[in-house]
Design a protein around this ligand. Structure first.
Ligand code: SF4
Length: 89
């Protein structure tokens, strides 16, 4: 079994989200629009509260999540390195 280290943490601030769907357009399989017209993460390992969703993920998913974070007009998506805490966006 190959263990792939989850080196990154994504934080979605749902209070900031204005439901443009731009992040979903970057990678439709990773995002879903909810009834409240705010986005949610599809990955079942995401931890979710009413206002925030967090997800640990690996290198193979980095570019798609970076694209989404860069495209978000209200900076509702943050990505950081897990070990160093360095913010990538
Ligand atoms: S791009 Fe930003 S504002 Fe638009 S749905 Fe995604 S998180 Fe919400």
């Amino acid at each position: 079994m190959v263990f792939i280290e989850k080196k990154y943490i994504l934080t979605l601030n749902r209070e900031k989200c204005i439901g443009t769907g731009v992040c979903k357009a970057t990678a439709a399989k990773r995002w879903k629009m909810k009834e409240d017209e705010k986005i949610t993460l599809v990955d079942l390992s995401a931890k979710k509260t009413e206002t925030t969703e967090t997800l640990e993920f690996d290198e193979s998913e980095l570019q798609e999540y970076l694209d989404a974070a860069e495209a978000c007009p209200v900076n509702a998506i943050k990505i950081e390195e897990k070990e160093s805490g360095k913010e990538l966006i």
